[in-house]
Design a protein around this ligand. Structure first.
Ligand code: NAP
Length: 312
């Protein structure tokens, strides 16, 4: 709200969401656009369609022109290369997107007095000594985790007004069966009518809609003049291996539990933490949102496998 010649003019907060075509960015864009009075501009890349803006974040000139034209008050930076095995195989491309682009956004944010919200990951931790608090010492095991940590540091070292929100494995609103690691379990289970699933790594499946609501709350609090600077953690509550997730999904896919077996040999080319449980107490003191339970997500169809197109 600003004063102008005796009139009070309502000024909406303008928010840019990067990665607005991605798993999380879609939920965030929708939440901010539909449920709040913010002005929201979503930017995507290869999947972008109007009203989203198509922007290659790797092109620094295009990025700068876009930000100068839009003049946002806040950037929610969701775009990233989030697949650990791809990051390992294509380190330069991942470093460019996860670190250099983040650093450019951070520089622009600081220069123009914009707040920056950066989405990070539990993979900044090595998973040997859970739970992890926002001030626990990071020690990423794989290249993806290292780039996300470097992105965090670029934000922290550059922007005065920043929030870093670390989240674990995400699901919800997938556009295709392999879009999240969890819908991948569902798709494989459904296709093979059973299978072997990892029973070594403990994961905390987290619903994208919950993360989007938290980001909305954070922005509303910022809009109301409250500081929200620092690192925060959010996580689903259920501690599950993929094998346990498959067992929970099985009845809904009419698959007999005997067709599902535990795999105790860790897979994937990138090393992954065994249990990088994020402690969420710091966030809970500021934002009142309880996470969707995994069983509720399965029952209520928040997972893609409830979509008939998957049941082939
Ligand atoms: P995602 O589904 O893979 O989406 C990635 C987004 O980045 C897409 O919108 C993609 O656009 C965009 N992008 C890629 N290259 C780009 C470029 N050159 N220029 C502009 N945009 C580009 O990722 P996500 O799962 O939503 O992840 C969101 C955030 O959460 C990331 O920071 C990730 O590290 C973090 N996170 C994710 C998980 C998870 O389980 N998914 C877990 C923990 C943390 P197009 O598709 O249009 O090309």
């Amino acid at each position: 709200m600003t004063e102008n010649q005796g009139y009070r003019i309502l000024v909406c907060m303008k928010i840019v969401v990067t990665g607005a075509t991605g798993l999380l960015g879609r939920a965030v864009y929708r939440q901010l656009k539909e449920k709040s009075s913010f002005m929201v501009v979503g930017a995507g890349f290869s999947r972008s369609k109007a009203p989203l803006v198509t922007l290659n974040l790797r092109n620094n000139d295009d990025l700068r022109s876009f930000l100068l034209e839009e003049q946002p008050d806040c950037i929610v930076h969701c775009a990233a290369e989030r697949r650990p095995d791809v990051s390992e195989a294509e380190p330069e491309a991942s470093e460019q997107l996860n670190v250099e682009v983040t650093a450019h956004l951070a520089e622009h944010a600081q220069k123009n007095g914009i707040c920056m919200i950066y989405i990070s990951t539990d993979y900044v931790f090595d998973g040997t000594n859970p739970p992890y608090y926002p001030d626990s010492l990071p020690n990423p095991l794989n290249f993806y985790g290292r780039t996300k940590l470097a992105g965090e540091r670029a934000v922290q070292d550059t922007v005065s007004d920043f929030t870093i929100l670390r989240v674990p494995i995400l699901y919800g609103g997938e556009q295709y069966p392999l879009e999240s690691s969890i819908s991948t379990v569902a798709a494989s289970l459904n296709k093979n009518r059973g299978g072997r699933f990892d029973d070594t790594a403990i994961r905390y499946p987290t619903y994208t809609g919950d993360v989007a609501r938290i980001l909305e709350e954070i922005i509303l609090m910022r809009e109301a003049g409250n500081s929200f600077t620092g690192i925060y953690h959010f996580s689903g509550k259920d501690a599950l291996t993929k094998y346990q997730m498959a067992l929970m999904m099985a009845p809904y896919l009419h698959i007999d539990e005997v067709c599902i077996s535990p795999d105790r040999t860790a897979g994937g080319s990138a090393k992954r933490p065994e249990n990088s449980h994020l402690d969420t107490e710091k966030l809970k003191k500021r934002v009142n949102i309880s996470p969707t339970s995994f069983s509720e997500a399965i029952k209520t169809g928040k997972l893609l496998w409830r979509n008939p197109s998957l049941k082939k």
